[in-house]
Write a protein that binds this ligand. Structure first.
Ligand SMILES: Cc1cc2nc3c(=O)[nH]c(=O)nc-3n(C[C@H](O)[C@H](O)[C@H](O)COP(=O)(O)OP(=O)(O)OC[C@H]3O[C@@H](n4cnc5c(N)ncnc54)[C@H](O)[C@@H]3O)c2cc1C
Ligand SMILES: Cc1ncc(C[n+]2csc(CCOP(=O)(O)OP(=O)(O)O)c2C)c(N)n1
Length: 582
């Protein structure tokens, strides 16, 4: 059948099962928008900034595991997408971004709103396309969706010239099957590598599993739990791996890395075998590579061969989908007990629990960690939490105990402030029956708060907790530790968030004391529309523990004992500073 290029875009989206797209119109994408009216079964969410559209598509993808779709015009519309595309790229999130482009005859002439967006996004997309002919649209879309979600997922951009949208061609979906001879998302490890891995696993005395985002992406939660239980191996998780093994599981140690708990990092440093399951040894996870896990043999199970030996040299690399590789390994590995090792890790937890902020006497002060932990309790931990970036993000990782995969959505690799609110919109569209909470700082929230208008227009229900500490908190913390408390450009003015929210026709609430938290959260959850809650928390509060950037993983600045807070921190910072170059 004959179709215009503009119609083909929607025909393709329909066939890919797309129900919702997030976008913003403009001249070069107008033919596509005009054709959209013929396809009412696809819901278009009009965003307030194209960055919001990409984060929404990303949030949709992370909550559902399906491809998220964002659409924008050429030039400024397309370049506004760049941060969202890079965010998805760093966290392996499958999104497809569609941009309009100037007419093909105008390309290269600095035409109105012309940007070489395939050039701009080349390093931050898994793949991208410039389409100049209508007949190429079906194959391009089929390839783009296939690439975005197969192998290691990631963002794909399709830039379509205005004339390609306007011209007419034959639309044949069946004939447009992907032709990608050079793309190999299905590589497999050799039997000899499996054998070597099994030997190392069966003879290890102090093994630790490092479970990452790949567990969630491949859906290997059951296999991870079975493997850990059969081999009696404790599991440390990356930020993006949280929820891959229930937090309440006896073998779950918690988060590793810069703000991971001390016993987790110490266990990694003492381990004789690390089993990296779908994680990429980010520098926030390893600290100083020269001293990282010095006694450990390393096995890395990874779908992207370019990740093997990239940061950490490994003894065995098993390329493949984690779930499939674990299915192969599970019958081969021996049932084991590591009672002494597990007891030793328990001992390392030591007095951490009593130092925990949750155990401080309630002085009436409102700490961010209190708020987040209270939210977790009050929701029974059953919500999807979408965080922004900063201190609140780390407290969320520490104090919200994730039992389910895909219950935490956060920008980890790029650390994109402004991510949370729009990503939560995407998550809500993906999972309309689930309770969705945003946890954001006063800084990050202000970056994309215009999306409150999108929320109001769409009449969706999200709960937003702004953790307002009056600072760009995480940067202030670095200044406190490493720049002698010179707070350059981190004290932060904020608007009256309650009035601001009300201006969008939504409900705003202010909480200043711990005693108000429960009733306020109950009221917010019962309210049918979106509620923005501002929690005014302690201003100079600190995320502990902390491995300073580039320091050894076990050179942590620890949570101070309550009675000696300031001096204890200063001594620990000084001790670590002598070893690290800034
Ligand atoms: C302020 C801040 C502080 C941070 N502090 C910490 C911290 O303390 N601890 C921490 O852990 N992180 C921290 N991070 C996040 C950190 O920067 C990394 O983004 C994170 O550790 C990456 O986790 P990952 O390797 O599991 O996930 P990803 O970066 O998503 O990597 C996943 C890996 O799994 C592979 N994979 C994908 N699919 C499959 C499959 N089907 N089968 C097998 N493999 C697959 C991919 O190829 C990739 O290599 C912090 C971030 C911020 C912004
Ligand atoms: C877009 C962007 N700009 C700058 C940064 C650097 N940065 C990381 S954390 C942070 C402070 C965040 O402050 P806030 O949103 O108030 O959260 P808090 O740390 O106080 O919880 C900044 C500026 C970033 N991650 N992203």
């Amino acid at each position: 059948m004959k179709r215009t290029g503009a119609q083909m875009i929607w025909e393709c989206l329909l066939r890919e099962g797309v129900e919702t797209v997030f976008g913003y119109p403009g001249g070069a994408i107008l033919p596509a928008y005009d054709a959209m009216l013929e396809y009412p079964s696809i819901h278009h969410v009009l965003v307030r900034h194209e960055q919001g559209a990409t984060h929404m598509a990303d949030g949709y993808a992370r909550a559902s595991g399906r491809v998220g779709v964002a659409i924008a015009t050429s030039g400024p519309g397309a370049t506004n997408m760049v941060t969202g595309i890079a965010t998805a790229m760093l966290d392996s999130s499958p999104i497809v971004c569609i941009t309009g482009q100037v007419g093909s005859k105008l390309i290269g002439s600095d035409a109105f709103q012309e940007t070489d967006v395939t050039g701009v996004t080349l390093p931050i997309t898994k793949h991208n396309y410039l389409v100049t002919r209508a007949e190429d649209i079906p194959r391009t879309f089929r390839e783009a969706f296939y690439i975005a979600q197969s192998g290691r997922p990631g963002p794909v951009l399709i830039d379509i010239t205005k004339d390609a949208q306007q011209s007419t061609a034959e639309f044949d979906w069946e004939a447009a099957a992907p032709r990608l001879p050079g793309y190999r998302p299905d590589l497999r490890a050799l039997p000899s590598e499996y054998q070597r891995a099994v030997e190392l696993i069966n003879t290890a005395q102090r093994p630790v599993i490092l479970a990452g985002h790949g567990v969630l992406i491949s859906g290997a939660m059951r296999q991870l739990a079975e493997f850990a239980e059969k081999t009696s191996t404790p599991v440390a998780l990356t930020l993006l791996g949280l929820g891959g093994l229930p937090a309440s599981h006896a073998l779950n140690l918690g988060m590793m890395g810069m703000h991971g708990e001390a016993w987790v990092n110490n266990a990694i440093q003492e381990a004789d075998l690390l089993l990296a399951f779908g994680m990429r040894f980010d520098d926030r996870v390893t600290g100083n590579l020269k001293t990282y896990a010095p006694f450990a043999r390393k096995i890395h199970i990874e779908i992207d061969p370019s990740e093997l030996n990239k940061n950490v040299k490994v003894d065995v690399g098993l390329v493949g989908d984690l779930r499939e590789v674990l299915d192969e390994l599970l019958p081969e590995v021996a049932q084991n007990e590591h009672a002494d090792w597990l007891a030793h890790i328990d001992e390392m937890k030591g007095d951490s629990a009593v130092r925990d902020i949750q155990n401080l006497p309630d002085s009436g002060q409102l700490f961010a960690a209190h708020v987040i932990n209270d939210l977790w309790r009050l929701t029974n931990g059953e919500a999807i939490v979408v965080t922004d970036v900063g201190q609140h993000q780390m407290w969320e990782a520490q104090y919200w105990k994730h039992e389910q995969p895909r219950s935490l959505i956060t920008s980890a690799g790029l650390g994109t402030m402004g991510f949370a609110l729009p990503a939560a919109v995407g998550a809500k569209f993906a999972c309309p029956d689930q309770e969705v909470w945003v946890i954001a700082g006063d800084g990050g929230f202000q970056m994309t708060m215009a999306e409150l208008a999108t929320i109001a227009q769409e009449k969706i229900k999200i709960n937003v907790a702004i953790i307002n500490n009056g600072y760009l908190g995480m940067v202030r913390q670095w200044q406190e530790f490493f720049y002698e408390r010179r707070y350059a450009a981190t004290p932060l003015f904020s608007p009256d968030f309650v009035k601001l929210t009300e201006a969008f026709g939504l409900k705003g609430m202010l909480v200043t004391e711990r005693g108000q938290v429960k009733s306020a959260v109950d009221e917010a959850r019962a309210h049918p529309g979106t509620v923005v809650m501002e929690f005014r928390v302690e201003q100079e509060d600190t995320v502990f523990p902390m491995v300073p950037a580039g320091a050894d993983l076990n050179a942590m600045i620890r949570r101070p004992k309550p009675e000696a807070e300031v001096t204890a921190v200063q001594t620990e910072v000084a001790a670590v500073q002598t070893e690290v170059e800034w």
